[in-house]
Write a protein that binds this ligand. Structure first.
Ligand code: GTP
Ligand code: MG
Length: 547
């Protein structure tokens, strides 16, 4: 049935002219080749489209019956001329709207069953059945005044959208029209009272739109003043035709200042007293200014320069003889051969790094047979990365840019000479609060009670400096007399001068501490800067291992 309907529609569309004058008398064939005959026995349609239809089991009988029905309906319509002309008009409208309806053909067909009865009753229904397609469009069309389609090219949807516009926009259109009328009136000598009235109305109704209309036309020109100097003059052509000349003033640009320290995300005038803002601003700025005011010692500055610490240009590293294609290039000897590059100085860090224990609680700590160096610090500060960089065994210790990757105390040994302990970080981390609290307690317990612990490397991010949690741990280590050394990490993302300032700042702040070991180390696991120095400092601990 569905195929019959579809075929009929196509035939009707293609051969509408012939069909009006002749009667369809029969249809022959089946499947992809299906011929229909008119009253003169002429074959007028060869419907090859059927070959593309999904349902190939449709019998010719079904097709024939549906075609006959169509033919009957058409004959009946032709009897009445006025009805036919109305149908033609509707059909032309539909054929222009089909673009949208065709896409939803199968959806439309669903409605067909419901519409058949209703269709029989009226003209619109006939057309609907005959056209056999855009039912929805046809239904709309049947309710509309067709004359409009003749004018606007039958764009049904456009017309409908326009009618759905809000009152406000409609008002604007009206006003625009008025404005247009007024302009016309101004241009023409026949400026009658009505147009003046309209103009007034337009101004009062939509001030904003109309103000732009009244704006004077500025024509800047340059003229000579009395002394013969060129000055800029503007001639304003006002609405009433009067001209006014004035010396142009310097235009002042309005600058809106945004306070970079205001994180309240509030407007200044919403109740916050101005005095409070200024106090807050002052304290923040002064902290920053304090840092900028730090004068690093000559020793620190020369160390930074010698080790190429801080953010450096690639060309600078290349000129210094480093191969920037290698990982941690500054940890290599400049202008060295390939074999030299692989070597670490002859110390404990040349040995293979081996993981041997992980502990979530103090009872599972391994027995302290080796001297231990622990790496502590905030989450994501680069503890695990530093272990890899020191041994140049990338990938042995897992690292991540997500804070909180290391959640257990991990023990690594270097050929039974030294034990490196990777501690979980404290501060912000992607982990549950209680889990975090657990591991922070564990870290505190480890650094304050562990017997074999020779040194704690307290890692501090160069960019952010020391935070309250770091100071807390320092206090704990001071109380438990655990030797610790500050290591500035990620120096490659700060300016060299800021690296030096940070080192100086920390050194100054902690100069009265007893358990701290000088100097403040500066490293970058990424560029390899300062790694060799740290390696040499830490390797001394392994020397004192008892055989
Ligand atoms: N630019 C730069 N990035 C670094 C450096 N060291 C580590 N990172 C990056 O910092 C991120 C964190 O490194 P991790 O070594 O996992 O830090 P962590 O302190 O072990 O972190 P937790 O295990 O979560 O406590 C990683 O994305 C590293 O690539 C460095 O020297 N320079
Ligand atoms: Mg880690």
């Amino acid at each position: 049935m569905a195929v019959g309907i579809r075929m009929k529609r196509r035939v009707v569309d293609k051969y509408a002219d012939r069909r009006r004058n002749k009667n369809i008398v029969g249809a022959k064939g089946h499947g992809g080749r299906y011929n229909m005959e008119d009253s003169d026995g002429e074959v007028f349609a060869r419907v090859e489209e059927l070959a593309h239809l999904p349902n190939m089991s449709v019998k010719g009988r079904n097709l024939r019956s549906s075609i006959k029905q169509s033919e009957k309906r058409f004959a009946r319509r032709e009897e009445n001329d006025s009805e036919l002309s109305s149908w033609r008009m509707r059909r032309s409208v539909v054929s222009k709207d089909v673009g949208r309806e065709r896409k939803s053909f199968f959806g439309v067909r669903k409605e067909r069953g419901k519409d058949v009865d209703a269709a029989k009753k009226g003209k619109a229904g006939d057309a609907r059945l005959f056209a056999g397609k855009p039912l929805r469009a046809m239904r709309k069309v049947a309710d509309e005044d067709f004359s409009d389609y003749e004018h606007n090219g039958g764009d049904f949807y456009r017309r409908r959208e326009r009618s759905m516009k809000t009152e406000a926009s409609a008002g604007k259109i009206r006003l625009k029209r008025r404005k247009f009328d007024v302009e016309l009136a101004e241009d023409s000598p026949r400026c009658d009272a009505e147009s003046v009235e309209l103009e007034k109305h337009a101004v009062t109704k939509d001030g904003e739109n109309q103000i732009s209309e009244q704006k004077p036309i500025r024509r800047p020109t340059r003229v000579l003043d009395k002394t013969g100097k060129k000055i800029r003059v503007q001639t304003k052509a006002m609405e009433k035709g009067s001209t006014e000349t004035s010396v142009s003033k310097k235009t002042t640009r309005r600058v809106i200042k945004i306070d970079p320290y205001d994180i309240s995300n509030k407007r200044l005038d919403d109740g916050v007293p101005k005095s409070d803002i200024s106090v807050e601003k002052e304290t923040v700025v002064s902290m920053n200014a304090q840092f900028r005011a730090i004068q690093p010692s000559a020793g620190i500055l020369s160390f930074v320069e010698e080790n190429l610490l801080g953010r450096r240009r690639l060309i600078e590293l290349q000129n210094a003889g480093y191969n920037v294609k290698l990982s941690a290039p500054l940890d290599n000897t400049p202008f060295s051969s390939a074999t030299d590059r692989e070597k670490i100085e002859d110390n404990v860090f040349r040995n293979k790094l081996e993981f041997f224990a992980a502990a979530k609680m103090s009872s599972s700590f391994p027995s302290p047979t080796l001297p231990e160096i622990a790496f502590a610090g905030r989450s994501n500060v680069g503890k695990s990365s530093l272990l890899n960089a020191l041994t140049r065994q990338w990938g042995v210790v897992r690292v991540s840019d997500k804070p909180g990757l290391t959640q257990t105390i991990n023990f690594f040994k270097l050929a039974s000479k030294l034990c490196l302990v990777d501690l979980p970080g404290y501060g912000f981390a992607y982990a549950k609060e209680e889990v975090k609290e657990n591991w922070e307690e564990l870290v505190k317990e480890f650094v304050s009670t562990r017997v074999g612990l020779q040194r704690v490397c307290l890692l501090v991010d160069t960019k952010w400096g020391m935070k309250a949690r770091d100071l807390e741990l320092i206090e704990l280590m001071e109380r438990s007399k655990t030797p610790y050394q500050i290591v500035l990490t990620k120096t490659d993302i700060a300016f060299p001068i800021d690296v030096a300032r940070r080192a100086m700042q920390i050194q100054e702040n902690l100069k009265n501490n007893k358990s701290i070991i000088d100097p403040v180390m500066m490293v970058s696991s990424k560029s390899g800067a300062g790694i060799r120095t740290l390696r040499n400092v830490l390797a001394k601990i392994a020397r004192f291992v008892k055989p």
